[in-house]
Design a protein around this ligand. Structure first.
Ligand SMILES: Nc1ncnc2c1ncn2[C@@H]1O[C@H](COP(=O)(O)OP(=O)(O)OP(=O)(O)O)[C@@H](O)[C@H]1O
Ligand SMILES: [Mg+2]
Length: 180
C-alpha cells in the first residue's frame, strides 16, 4: 500500500506521486537531442522552491543511466555554497566530477583550466551533466561557470558543423542541465 510522503523526493515504489511523464520525456529529449540533431542542449530549469526539480533530475538520471552510450552525472553543488574563491570552486567541482567519472586526475586548479575537463580527449563518452542546487554557488561563480558552459557548448556546435560521418556521431549527446 502506497503512502503519502513529504520528506524529500518521493520514491515511486513506496509513495503517491505525480508521474510528470511528459516533462521527463521532454527533458530527456532536450538533453540528448533528437535523431535529427547532433548533440544535446544546454538547458536551465528555474522554478520556485519545493516544486519537484530534484525529483525530475533523479527520474531523468535513472532513465538515462540505462542508455550505455552516455556518461550521466547528477551533482548537487550545495557543497560549494561556502566557497567564494573562483579558482577553488573550479578545483573542487572538477575533483568531484573526476571522481564520479572515474577519470585520471587532471590538474585543474584554476577556472581557466576548467574547460579542459570536458575535452573529447578527456571524456570517454558523451557526457550528460545535471547540476542541482546551482544557486547555492556564489553569484560570481554562477556567472563565470555559466559562461564556461556556454563557451564549451558553442565550441562543440562549431566543431560539429565541421565533422562528418563517424566523427559526427562521436560528438552527439552532450547535454547540461542546470537546476536552481
Ligand atoms: N512527482 C512528484 N509527485 C508528488 N510529490 C512530489 C513530486 N516531486 C516532488 N514532490 C514533493 O515535493 C517536495 C519537493 O521536491 P523536490 O525536492 O524535488 O523539489 P525541489 O524543487 O528540488 O526543492 P528545492 O527547491 O528545495 O530544492 C518533495 O519532498 C515531495 O514531497
Ligand atoms: Mg532540489
Amino acid at each position: 500500500m502506497r503512502k503519502f510522503s513529504s520528506y524529500g523526493p518521493p520514491n515511486t515504489n513506496l509513495h503517491y506521486y505525480a508521474p510528470r511523464k511528459e516533462l521527463i520525456a521532454r527533458t530527456i529529449m532536450q538533453l540528448k537531442g533528437d535523431e535529427h540533431e547532433e548533440g544535446g542542449h544546454y538547458i536551465t530549469v528555474w522554478a520556485p522552491r519545493q516544486t519537484g526539480k530534484t525529483w525530475i533530475m533523479q527520474e531523468v538520471l535513472s532513465t538515462l543511466e540505462q542508455e550505455t552510450q552516455f556518461d550521466v552525472v547528477l551533482l548537487s553543488l550545495q557543497f560549494l555554497s561556502e566557497v567564494t574563491d573562483l579558482n577553488s570552486v573550479a578545483q573542487l567541482f572538477a575533483q568531484e566530477l573526476m571522481e564520479k567519472l572515474n577519470l585520471e586526475k587532471l590538474s585543474i586548479n584554476r577556472l581557466e583550466d576548467f574547460h579542459r575537463l570536458f575535452k573529447r580527449e578527456t571524456l570517454t563518452k558523451p557526457l550528460i551533466l545535471m547540476l542541482d542546487e546551482f544557486d547555492a554557488l556564489d553569484q560570481a561563480a554562477i556567472s563565470r561557470l555559466v559562461s564556461v558552459f556556454r563557451h564549451i557548448y558553442n565550441t562543440r556546435q562549431n566543431q560539429k558543423d565541421k565533422l562528418t560521418g563517424e566523427n559526427k556521431n562521436k560528438n552527439r549527446g552532450a547535454g547540461v542541465f542546470l537546476g536552481f
